[in-house]
Structure formats: C-alpha cells, structure tokens
Design a binder for this molecule. Sequence first.
Ligand code: PLP
Length: 500
Amino acid sequence: MTSSLEARLVELEAASRPLDPDPAGRAALFGPVFDYAERFLDALPSLPAYVVTMDKGRGVLDLQFREDGRSIERVLSVLGDQVDRPGLNPASGGHLGYIPGGGLYASALADYLADITNRYPGVFFSSPGATRVEHQVVRWTADMVGFPAGAGGTLASGGSIANLICLAAARDAHGIRSRDVERVVVYLSSQTHHCITKNLRLLGLGECVLRYLPLDQRFRIRAEALASQIEADRRAGLSPWLLVASAGSTDVGAIDPLDSLADLAAEHRLWYHVDAAYGGYFLLVPGMRERFRGIERADSTVLDPHKTLFLPYGLGIALVRDQATLAQAFRSDAPYLQDTLTEREEDSPADLSPELTRPFRGLRLWLPLLVHGLAPFRASLEEKLLLTQWLHAELRTRGWEVGPEPDLSVITYRWVPDGLDPELVNRLNARVVELIKQDGRVYVSSTLIEGRYTIRYAGVTHRTHLTTVRLLLDLLEGFAGQAQRELVAPGAGAGVRSTV
Ligand SMILES: *Cc1c(COP(=O)(O)O)cnc(C)c1O
C-alpha cells in the first residue's frame, strides 16, 4: 500500500515537472518570449494603432486546451496573429482615443520580477520590504497631491476600483446605513466618470439621490449652484453626503473649481472626493499646481499611474486624507491570520483594502521611478500638455470647430462645413472617425456633447510626439475632405473651409 502510494507520488512528481522548468527549460521559454517582445517593440513605431480584420481574433480558438503541451513558438505565433494584431494597439503612440495607453518597459520588467519572486505585499509581517515599497509609492503620490502626514492609501487594479475604495471609506466615515440610502445626497456632474454611479450601486447606495450640478462653458461645475442645492436638500429633509469633483474629466479633460468646491464641502460637512484618475499626475509638471489648487483639501482622491505615468494596465491609487477612514472601511480580522499580527511596525496594506491576496503592484511604479528618475516623467507629461495646445491651435487655424482650450491633454473638435444640417454634420464627423480607424495609423475616439457628434483627442502615452500629432492633423484634413465628397451632394453649397 505504502509502496504503491509512494510509487504514484514519484510518478506525479515527474508528470508535473514541466510546471517548474530547470535552467534549460526556462531558457527554452524565455528566449522566444524575449525575442517576441523585442520584435514587437522594434516594430512598434510602424505598427498601426488600429487594425480592422475580418475574423477579429477568432483564430485564438484554433488552440484548444488538451492534455499535452505545445511549443512556445506555436503559442506565440497565435498570440501575434490573433491577439496582438486585430483591434486597438494601446502600446502605440498613435493611440489617441481612450485615456489609458502606453506601457512602460521598466514596469513590465518589474512585473516580471514581482511574478517570479511572488512576494506578498498585503501584510507587513509577510514582506516588510514589499510593504515599505507600497507605502513609499503611496506616500510619494500623497505628498505630490499635498495631503497631510496622516494620509494613507492603497494600490488597486485601476481607477474604477480605487474610486470604489474611496467611496466605501466615505460611506463608513459618515456612518451611512442601508436604511439611510434614499435620503442620502450625492453631488456630481454630467462629466463625472461613470464608475462613480456604478460604484454607488456596488456599495448598496444605488437608490441615493443624485444631484447633477450645472456646468460652465468649459464643462466645469458651477460652484455657486451647489450651495443653494445643498440648502434646498436640507430643507427637504435629505442628508447631503458626498461631493465628487473631477480633476481632469475623461470626456473633455476639464478640471472642476477644486478650491471653491472644497470651501463648500467644508462648510456643509460633505465628504469631498476628487477623481484625478486621469489628471492627477500632471501635478508633476512645473507650474501646474495652481490649476489643481484645492485638491489637497479633498477627503479622498484617486490617481491612475496606468494613465498618466504611462504604466501598463493594472495600477490605480486610492488616497484618503485620514488613513483611519480606510482602516474603518476595510480592517477585518480572522483567526487563521493570527500569526500575521505579530509585527506591526508598518500598517498592512490588506487592512486598508478590500483585497487580501494580490500582486506586488508597488514594484511596477517603484522600479521605474528609481531607474528613470522623475525628470523624464515630468518632461513627457509637459510634452503631452504642449502637444494638446499645439493641436488645438492648429485645428482652429485650419477651420475646425474646436471645444474649449485644453486644461490638460484632451480636446474636442468637429468639422462643420457651412450650410449643412446638424444631422449631416454628425454623420460627416462619424465618417471621418471611421476613415481614420480604417487607415489605422492613428486612432481617435468620439463622444456626444449636447447631442453633437464630436471627435476627441486624448494624448496620454509616452510614445506620442509631435510627428504623431502632425500625422493626425494630415489625416483629419484628408478624411474630412473625402467624407464631405462622399456625403454631401455636389453643388450643395458646402464650401470646404480648410485652408489647405
Ligand atoms: C479612467 C478613469 C476612471 C476609471 O479608471 P480605470 O483605471 O479605467 O478603471 C475613473 N475616473 C476618471 C476621471 C478616469 O479618467
């Protein structure tokens, strides 16, 4: 019996050996993977930002899971053809559509190391060093925001979850219980990222009262409208609770009047949350502090290194001005964790987060900040701001209808030939976006602003430069002309206003 059990164990050990390759086995995997990554990066400057294909990656299904393995080369070839080709290429500098893109090489290497060593950053006792790394990147971000010494934070997978974490802290700090929900009021705007209302639902607050505040011409909350709304709500027996401002709205890049809103939040004892997922790291650019004045007075804020520090997807930071509010929302003990409680020199990240087991996310920010230093980040962010101003001015000069001057690195614009009805103008601009997507060298996205189809530019990758934006401008001009020829009957009196 024993001997047959032991014999089976020996067999199983041998059969599972591929899971833990020896040096030769590791080299056989790593070599092709490294070569694949190098080929991708070498080709990247000339790779399209969008590829339209007929089969849309369906060939992934040619590889079914089976008992025996396949060569890494075979798997990488499917990855290359079916995954890394069709659709959007966010690693490309020509990705000018949605906000996150890019992907720092040094972060990829940090992820590799974090995955190899698999250090657990959740509990100080388990990895005091990893915990300190995580606290260091949180502290650095909190200092940049201007938060006080008692501030704290946690590393999440992205901005949506970081916002969820902050809203949970806000709920518990104000002692909101299930039976209060219908009387609780949240102040926000139509520019607020949709993850806020999604998160309210997730937190059991879906039935709270939402007050969408009026905006000025530049899509910023009109602070003066807030005071009277709060007073009216109080008179109606409601409980004003949360004010959400955007420091860089996703849609148009607008920064709300953070300081005036902070005054009102303080006066009316609201929890003041500033969603700076997209915009916050522009604070690194000299001279930008003023534009964000008031963010340091928030009760909580969110910044996304996977947006404006160019990291690969997977890192958002939730910050609170008083770390105790995070602990109140998330601290939870269990008897099987008793051995972890012996060392408490630093707080444990797991006590400040809904997650227990999670990757060592701090390393993907810590390592690039150390090896590159801060200067290249500041330079690339300033480049993004100036490119946006340049494009805005060029588009206006060339006769495009442009949205407000950029606060950050997003602008909106549309092609509006004289004498066309609004519906045709919408179709014309939609056609321009479609032609750009088919061409593929750059990718732009669209939005609806007060019912008008509007083209967006969002510049947030470290690989986007003047040549990229010049190319965009050329394509826009060419395709606006082509779309107009296609859609507008000859002789309809729609003159091309472009100067080129
Ligand atoms: C992108 C964004 C989010 C959501 O963050 P993810 O990282 O995409 O989950 C939230 N708020 C704002 C302002 C954003 O730009």
